[in-house]
Ligand binder design. Structure first.
Ligand SMILES: NC(=O)c1ccc[n+]([C@@H]2O[C@H](COP(=O)([O-])OP(=O)(O)OC[C@H]3O[C@@H](n4cnc5c(N)ncnc54)[C@H](OP(=O)(O)O)[C@@H]3O)[C@@H](O)[C@H]2O)c1
Length: 258
C-alpha cells in the first residue's frame, strides 16, 4: 500500500515500537495519532514529535475505546490505518497468591481484547475508505510458549489466530490486514527481562519498524523481521528445542517448592 498521506492511529505510541512507528510514519508525510495511558509520556512525545496528535486512552477499557473512536473520527475523518501496538508483558509467577482473577487477566485485556475491540469499533469507519489497513503487532512468542510470561504468550498466539481469521473475513473489502510478528527488541517492555534472556539477541526497535513499513509498502501481510522468521520455522521443525530453552528461564526464576 501507499504510505504517504494516510491518517494513522497507533495505540501505545509513547515508547518502543509505537514511538518508532510514529516517528517514521510522520517522516513519510502521514498524519499520525497516538494513544497511551500516561499523559506525561504523551506530552513528552509531543515535545519530541511536534506534529503528532495525542489522545490519552486505555485500550483495556471498552468505554475508553468508544470515546476514542468518537473523538478521533470527529477530528480526523480521513483516518484509514489502525496500528494495534499497545501491549504489556509481565514476568508472572502463577503461584504468587497476590495474583487474583483481575490481575492475572491484565495482559489479555490489553494485548488481546484491546486490539479485538479496537477493530470492532473502527471497522465500520475503515470500510468507508478506498484504501485502509489494520496492522496488529504480535510476537515471535506467538509461536512458542514463554513460561516466565505465561499469559503474554497466550495473548500473542491468540492475536495471531484472530488476525489470520480477520484477514480472511476482510478479503473482499478495501481493508488490508497485516501482522508484524516482532522479535525481541530493546524497549522498556523488554528491559524488565534483563538477566532472564540474552539481550544480545534483541534488535533495535527502529530496524523492526523499518521492516514493518517496508512490509506494508509491499503488501507483505505477515511481516517477520530478524529472529521472528527463525522462531516460526523452528516451532515447526523442532518445537521442543526452543521451548526447552525458554522453560529453563522460568524454572530458574520461579522454582516452586513442593
Ligand atoms: N519489545 C519487545 O521485545 C517486543 C517483542 C515482540 C512484540 N512486542 C510487542 O510490541 C508492542 C509494543 O511493545 P514495546 O516493546 O514497544 O513496549 P513499550 O516500549 O513498553 O511501549 C508500550 C506502549 O504501549 C502503551 N500502553 C501500554 N498499555 C496500554 C494500554 N492499556 N492502553 C494504551 N496504551 C498502552 C504504553 O504507554 P502507557 O504505559 O503510558 O500506556 C507505551 O506507549 C507490544 O504489543 C509488544 O507486545 C514487543
Amino acid at each position: 500500500m501507499q504510505l504517504t498521506n494516510n491518517t494513522i492511529l497507533i495505540t501505545g505510541g509513547t515508547s518502543g515500537f509505537g514511538y518508532e512507528f510514529a516517528a517514521q510514519l510522520l517522516a513519510l508525510g502521514n498524519t499520525v495519532i497516538i494513544t497511551g495511558r500516561n499523559q506525561i509520556k504523551l506530552d513528552q512525545t509531543k515535545k519530541q514529535l511536534p506534529n503528532v496528535h495525542t489522545f490519552q486512552s486505555d485500550v483495556s477499557d471498552p468505554k475508553a475505546i468508544t470515546l476514542l473512536f468518537e473523538q478521533v473520527t470527529r477530528q480526523f475523518p480521513d483516518l484509514n490505518i489502525l496500528i494495534n501496538n499497545a501491549g504489556e508483558m509481565r514476568r508472572l509467577n502463577l503461584l504468587d497468591p497476590t495474583i487474583d482473577q483481575e490481575n492475572v487477566n491484565r495482559e489479555i485485556a490489553i494485548n488481546l481484547s484491546g486490539p479485538i475491540r479496537m477493530v470492532q469499533q473502527f471497522l465500520p469507519h475503515l470500510r468507508t475508505k478506498k484504501s485502509a489497513a489494520i496492522l496488529n503487532v504480535t510476537s515471535g512468542l506467538a509461536f512458542i510458549p514463554f513460561p516466565i510470561s505465561p499469559i503474554y504468550g497466550a495473548t500473542k498466539s491468540g492475536l495471531r489466530a484472530y488476525t489470520q481469521a480477520l484477514r480472511v473475513q476482510l478479503k473482499k473489502t478495501s481493508i488490508m490486514v497485516f501482522e508484524l510478528v516482532a522479535p525481541a527488541a530493546r524497549t522498556p517492555l523488554s528491559d524488565k527481562f534483563e538477566g532472564d534472556v540474552d539481550s544480545k539477541m534483541a534488535m533495535d526497535p527502529d530496524k523492526i519498524v523499518s521492516a514493518a513499513i517496508k512490509g506494508l509498502k509491499n503488501n507483505n501481510f505477515e511481516i517477520l523481521p530478524g529472529m521472528a522468521v527463525m522462531l516460526k520455522y523452528l516451532s515447526r521443525i523442532a518445537p521442543g528445542l526452543l521451548f526447552g530453552q525458554f522453560s529453563k528461564v522460568a524454572e530458574k526464576a520461579f522454582t516452586a517448592k513442593k
